[in-house]
Ligand binder design. Structure first.
Ligand SMILES: CC(C)(COP(=O)(O)OP(=O)(O)OC[C@H]1O[C@@H](n2cnc3c(N)ncnc32)[C@H](O)[C@@H]1OP(=O)(O)O)[C@@H](O)C(=O)NCCC(=O)NCCS
Length: 380
């Protein structure tokens, strides 16, 4: 291709860089489907385990298939002793996102064939990473609180097991279901930045752990998955519904970005935000957090008035903040929750990439000088 034929798109906006059979997004109409099934249907009818099967196999499982898949996942819930020792050696002031990124990277060292990149091996490794990631987050959180680490319970589903390992007691059915819905809605989302990072890394035929590690590093940025923490910090600064208007308008005046709003692809309300809004309201009612929900809703209304004309609406992170708070999660665990769910999407994309790999290697548009003289150092 000649230079003239090449196009430059800042931030790769609008560039199709991969094909997928997992998520379909229509950003104008606010549609998200996993393998053709509307996200709303999955949120109300499916489980996280079933959704992961769907993403990895491109079809819903039969009952025995789901039972087998779930049993496989549960058989990998437990952290090995070496990993527990590593987690206990992390400084208690460390950010959980740095801990999970480092620990997933470290998992490679406890895999006898970390560099095996067959599709079969990638599926197996993905299952193990998906299963063990909640144990890493829960173990670190308990370690930093000076509490005993709680071993995984393979009789529990993914959501229930995580909340049990975190809190040391069995969660209520309502909490489990709420967490499950969060996992479903965050599982995959096209070629978002972290998924792209995972695909870029695996396209060199590196290894799955490196791809996941890169993806976690990408996700923690405030313009990506880190936005859910930013939303909560903003909500904490707003005393009441009455002061929301002044606070948000002040931010807009100062040209600050309002976290949890706007999206590269959606120019309508993110359908995940709609699902999570309903969930957040229900949880807020159940847990006595209606003031938080009401503040969120007030911000959405202000933003609608100010920004709807520019296509800026709530995204997945906006109501997930209220939801996670109501589930009882600490602020710095919000983005790690995104990791637990999105491992499903990263893994599915890595597998798709391996199935039909071509190295990612875009080009740059060189805008510097040519034929520049080399000036000896003593004359500069
Ligand atoms: C997600 C995000 C990076 C996507 O944006 P993008 O497609 O790259 O768009 P840009 O960053 O180029 O912004 C386009 C315009 O919209 C404005 N904008 C976008 N999101 C905004 C927000 N949340 N608050 C205020 N203004 C916003 C930008 O300031 C810019 O305005 P300008 O053209 O007057 O300079 C952006 O919407 C954002 O920063 N949102 C907040 C962080 C967030 O919630 N991230 C989670 C995404 S799921």
């Amino acid at each position: 291709m000649s230079t003239a034929e090449k196009t430059f798109s800042k931030g790769l906006e609008g560039v199709i860089a991969a094909q997928t059979e997992m998520s379909f997004i229509n950003g104008t109409e606010g549609i998200l489907e996993y393998v053709g099934i509307a996200i709303g249907d999955l949120a109300s009818k499916s489980s996280f385990e079933e959704t992961v099967f769907l993403l990895w196999n491109k079809r819903l499982p039969t009952k025995p298939e789901l039972e087998q898949f779930t049993a496989d996942l549960r058989s990998h819930y437990t952290l090995c002793d070496e990993m527990v020792t590593q987690i206990k050696s992390c400084p208690i002031k460390a950010e959980p996102m740095h801990v999970i990124r480092s620990m997933i990277s470290m998992c490679a060292m406890y895999d006898e064939n970390p560099n095996e990149n067959s599709v079969e091996a990638a599926r197996h490794k993905s299952m193990r990473i998906l299963a063990v990631a909640p144990a890493i987050v829960a173990a670190f959180d308990r370690h930093r609180r000076g509490l005993e680490i709680v071993k995984a319970d393979p009789s529990l589903n993914f959501a229930s097991n995580f909340l049990y390992m975190l809190n040391g007691e069995k969660p209520t059915d309502a909490m489990v279901r709420a967490f499950d819905i969060c996992m479903i809605t965050h599982a995959d989302h096209g070629l978002n930045n972290s998924t792209f990072a995972a695909r870029v890394v695996i396209s060199t035929l590196s290894d799955l752990y490196s791809a996941m590690t890169a993806a976690i590093g990408s996700l923690r940025g405030p313009l990506h998955g880190g936005a859910n923490e930013g939303v909560m910090k903003m909500l904490n600064k707003i005393d009441s519904v009455e002061t929301a208007e002044a606070h948000v308008m002040g931010m807009i005046k100062n040209k600050e970005r309002i976290m949890g709003f706007g999206h590269r692809v959606y120019k309508a309300k993110d359908p995940r935000a709609s699902e999570l809004m309903t969930l957040a309201k229900q949880l807020a009612e159940d847990t006595g957090n209606m003031d938080l929900y009401n503040k969120s809703h007030a911000i959405e209304k202000i933003m609608e008035r100010e920004y709807a004309s520019k296509g800026i609406y709530p995204n997945v992170d906006f109501y997930s903040a209220t939801t996670y708070h109501c589930i009882g999660l600490k602020l710095d665990l919000f983005t790690p929750m995104f990791v637990l769910a999105r491992i499903a999407g990263w893994a599915g994309h890595v597998i798709e990439q391996l199935e039909d790999n071509r190295l990612f290697r875009p080009t740059t548009d060189y805008i510097g000088p040519h034929n520049a003289p080399y000036t000896p150092i003593e004359k500069r």
